[in-house]
Write a protein that binds this ligand. Sequence first.
Ligand code: ADP
Ligand code: MG
Ligand code: MG
Length: 887
Amino acid sequence: DRYVFDFAEGNKELKDLLGGKGANLAEMTRLALPVPPGFTIATTACREYLATGDVPAGLDDEIGEHLSRLERVMGRTLGDPDDPLLVSVRSGGKFSMPGMMETILDIGLNDRSVHGLAKRSGDDHFAWDSYRRLLQMYARTVLEVPDELLQAALAPQYAEWDVTTPEELPAAAIERACGALQGVIAEYSGCPFPQDPREQLDLAIRAVFRSWSTPRATLYRRQEHIPDDLGTAVTVMAMVFGNRGADSGTGVAFTRDPASGAVGVYGDYLQDAQGEDVVAGVRNTFPLAALESIDPDSYARLLSAMSTLERHYRDLCDVEFTIERGRLWILQTRVGKRTPAAAFTIATQLVDEGLITLDEALLRVNGSQLGKLMFPRFDRGHDVPVLARGVAASPGAAVGAAAFDSVAAQRLASSGQRVILVRRETNPDDLPGMVASIGILTTRGGKTSHAAVVARGMGKTCVCGVDTLQVDPLARRAVASDGTVIEEGDLLSLDGLAGLVYRGEVPVVPSPVVEYFESGAVPEGADDLVHAVDRVLRHADKRRSLEVHANADTPDDAARARRFGAEGIGLCRTEHMFLGERRALVEQLILAEGPAAQQAALDRLLPLQRDDFAGIFRAMDGQPVTIRLIDPPLHEFLPDLTELSVRTALDEAAGRVAKETTRLLGAVRRMHENNPMLGLRGVRLGIVIPGLFALQTRAIAEAAALVAAEGLTVRPEIMVPLVASEQEMTFVRRELEQVLTEVAAETGRDLAARIGTMIEVPRAALDAGPIARTADFFSFGTNDLTQLTWAFSRDDVEASFFPRYLDAGVFAVSPFESIDRIGVGRLVELAVAEGRAANPDLVIGVCGEHGGDPDSIGFFAAAGLDYVSCSPFRIPVARLEAGRAAV
Ligand code: ADP
Ligand code: MG
Ligand code: MG
């Protein structure tokens, strides 16, 4: 087995082995672009090093062979005292982890070769500055010397020359600084800085391997869902120098604007500098266009290299380049990261340029990007200065009054204000405050912190880890690094997409994409984006076989869902039809003594329900409407047991005997459950309370007949919740069919309503075959199916232990956010297979929140479902993902 590959031996497909950086350097070498020569040590070597604590046997020899070859090509040997070859040792895993791992430049310099470099280049300053960089990087990366110690070593020279950066020092001063750095190294590690260049190289390679496991890199992988066991490749390449005077420099460039997608070349350039200076942001850079006048030849060569790359990769690329005394070198390229808006515009531009097909364009974007484009956002033109920065944890643009604890948040919210909860970090005790707020700001923690997880779950804006803000919850104030004080009630604006915090109110504009979906008109200034989204979405519609339905409970929601492209309603909940003023009627129904009283209560509920359904049927003319019969536990419709007990006791004490209250109390006692979510709900209610499901079915059938009589096409589907057994379904179906037959006879219209069931109890999935024989359709209720399969309650666990599970890597993502393929997914697959085998006409959908989750939709398509159903705002996302799943 070999571990080391020259650039000429690799290509861009070998990212697993060579890492993204190594694979792309190999690809550019094959394209004959000006890449300094070098070789890459495979990720397999890193994995072995991390597992055993040592590099694999033979690796050092293999490196020796490739190094000799590099030395022959370059005509110089590593660290040669007269004319040293210098190399960089660079990290780079399969997935880009910008700045998270280590890179060491200028390997090969020592107390002798630094003089050789000075003489050959005729530039003392350059040589000593390069040595200084090596010593600093070596100390930091190989020995993990704290930065304060290194800065302390440089400080005397800064003071003497009255400068603030090492580059400004004269050569002799840098030489003294190098001496001081070597002193720190020897003292800190007990060993002098290695003068043997090969020893430097070997130690650097091992340090880069180790940099895979730093806490910062580990945290980043967790947040980006990058597996922990991939390891990094290590690229060793000949150094080129941008720090050799005004005719040298370094920069980064993009083939298109990564923010807007606009065509053109964008980037930054820094004269007389080495690569890491640009990224570190220590000096102010020029816009790339300035290079055109500084060095027109190199600029032209850069443009041509970039156009080669873009045509070759058929996508936006970014590059790192360096110019050494008028000669251009490309040091890195990759398919560049971009904003969601740029992703859509670039994909369609590339179609127009003939570089990719529409199918490919569809694969270049995803549902989570489209979802982000649908949030309201801050007006781009605003000039409110940024107060502080943090981690963009949950998207959105929230403006509200600062509250420093839960109590204040609730108080401000109840006085009608929008609230931003500001905490160091949150824990389950903060939940009421989080519920009362529209945005959450924390000064600690990242994307998997409690605040972030809960905020995303609740769809609230969240910026966390804003570490420049000092929060004092007792004094109810926060202080920013510039001294700005935020008191309770002061307005803050949170940009959850960019992770920015503003003081005051930043104006918010609705998403142009949503405006377009709502009205069909293209908002001004958003033509490119809206047309790109529309075009890709239409193509997705053409491609997909999965239908997209909506979860909608009201005519308004139904109408919006249709505007967003829904092809039916997959879940119409009926709970709210029993709340508010109608609660009293439900109470009467439950308390009714004897069939007559019960019928009276039902008769009063019937017309109300009928009107509800009629409104939805009208909005959904021609499309199926799946109505779920009443699902929540009965106690939700009855007064609270404790409250009622107190009331009754008081009445009795006062000598008032309230017959109604006593009777109610008896009923509430009878119905009281310790664990209502596992109790009398769904189909169980239908079987226990006679007439309840019949009432709803009658309301549905009468509404359907009514709307059909108006000339519209009605396609009602009745869905029975929480079924666990075939017997329940058979029992209920008989009752419903009887009602449908009666209404058909009364109205003279047989609407052929279909009767189906939710599959949301694990047992139902296991018994899917028999159940399918009495059901026209299945709809997976993946929220309950997830809760019941995992045995945890969503309402409780998302705030209690999920953040810890996510931090610890036990969960890569919450199973409520993305379907758990191993457990819940397997139940889905089983139920699809056995359901279809028993009933080939069975229609199958999903109506849990996973139906709108970009990462889950591909699974549902692959599992052979007919449709996904999701909230109206997720419909475009689901259309897009369903299209992607089909190409
Ligand atoms: P990162 O992955 O953090 O960007 P890199 O490996 O790309 O780290 O290196 C950091 C900086 O050093 C980059 O700006 C890169 O261009 C520069 N660099 C790396 N190798 C060389 C080299 N051989 N010659 C000149 N500059 C280099
Ligand atoms: Mg880089
Ligand atoms: Mg359910």
